[in-house]
Design a protein around this ligand. Structure first.
Ligand code: HPA
Ligand code: ZN
Length: 328
């Protein structure tokens, strides 16, 4: 197994159903059932919105810094067993502040777990705060202003949640404030939305990386731009299957076409508790469906390192780990 750099993983999307139950019980919060099998029966999604409705509903049980710590610590433990060496992970501040939780509690819990993962596993990375498209532009601006006093705890900002109907250009002010602070910028775009969502993320928001971006393949000019500027796409195969944003068989996934086009793609888990697995599970499923060659696996590992915001020395160390694993 090659060392992995993970760039598209929502901490809230790593909330396993057993943990939802445990934290609901700890906080005295009602759930429709406390039987994991009953809750899991709802994990079938017609589209992105059906998934998001459940994801935001489950996260209501979170209350304290300890809850946020435990959620992230469980992800980092699992990521470590998957061979993840560097992880740039998303979280959705607005869903928690909307539930009456102080931003400080969220940041304190997530940051403590991140630092423990670095200390205990040598797993580096950072936190990317996502603006939720469906909360609108003004709320995104309020959110970046609230985050700025904690800027040192953040690697960057992102954009997620309901895509269609919430075009990327709307969030330009929040992204420009983030840029002025030297924060990295990424955006989910072209998951369900047309190539326009990707163009605007690049040209209006100035993002450095596109999350998903599958629909970019519909626009040859956009593909040429992404290839020419080496703009990374963070691809999430099991998410694409679960949300029907790729053909139903992984053997028909656009990954080979993306690689063929020269796109800088990496493999990621998105919301592992909801979509059937962590990043190692994504690689295993791809291997089974597409019989990835050793050269392709190495390319994907190196692409993810190049796509990351790790500092040059850390990128070199990660590349050396890949080279050492390839030589085995
Ligand atoms: N798309 C948009 N928003 C999200 C996703 C996703 O795949 N996962 C968590 N929030
Ligand atoms: Zn995502």
């Amino acid at each position: 197994m090659l060392p992995i750099t993970e760039l598209h993983m929502h901490l809230e999307g790593s909330f396993e159903v057993e943990s939802v139950i445990a934290i609901a019980q700890r906080n005295g919060i009602a759930l429709p059932s406390f039987d994991p099998e009953v809750l899991r029966a709802k994990y079938k999604f017609a589209d992105l919105q059906e998934f998001l409705d459940l994801y935001y509903d489950n996260i209501r049980v979170m209350r304290t810094a300890e809850d946020f710590h435990d959620l992230a610590a469980a992800y980092y433990r699992r990521a470590h067993t998957a061979g993840v060496r560097h992880a740039e992970v998303f979280f959705d501040p607005q869903t928690h502040t909307g539930n009456g939780i102080a931003l400080e509690a969220v940041l304190e819990g997530f940051t403590a777990a991140r630092l423990e993962a670095e200390r205990d596993f040598g797993l580096t990375g950072g936190l990317i705060a996502c603006f939720m498209r469906d909360r609108g532009a003004a709320d995104a601006v309020d959110t970046i202003r609230a985050l700025l006093p904690h800027r040192d705890l953040l690697l960057g900002v992102g954009l997620d949640s309901t895509e269609v109907g919430n075009p990327s250009y709307l969030y330009r002010e929040a992204f420009s404030i983030a840029a002025a602070e030297g924060l990295h910028r990424v955006a989910h775009a072209g998951e369900e939305g047309s190539p326009d969502y990707v163009w605007e993320a690049l040209d209006v928001l100035g993002v450095e990386r596109i999350d998903h971006g599958n629909r970019a393949l519909e626009d040859p000019e956009l593909v040429a731009r992404l290839v020419g500027d080496r703009i990374p796409l963070t691809v999430c195969p099991l998410s694409n299957l679960a949300l029907h944003t790729a053909p139903p068989a992984l053997a028909d996934h656009p990954l080979p076409a993306m690689l063929e086009a020269g796109l800088l793609v990496s493999i990621n888990s998105d919301d592992p508790a909801y979509f059937g697995g962590y990043v190692d599970d994504n690689f295993a499923a791809l291997d089974e469906a597409l019989a990835l060659s050793p050269a392709t696996r190495e390319l994907l590992a190196l692409n993810a390192i190049e796509s990351s915001f790790a500092l040059p020395a850390r990128k070199e160390a990660l590349r050396a780990e890949v080279a050492a694993a390839v030589a085995l």
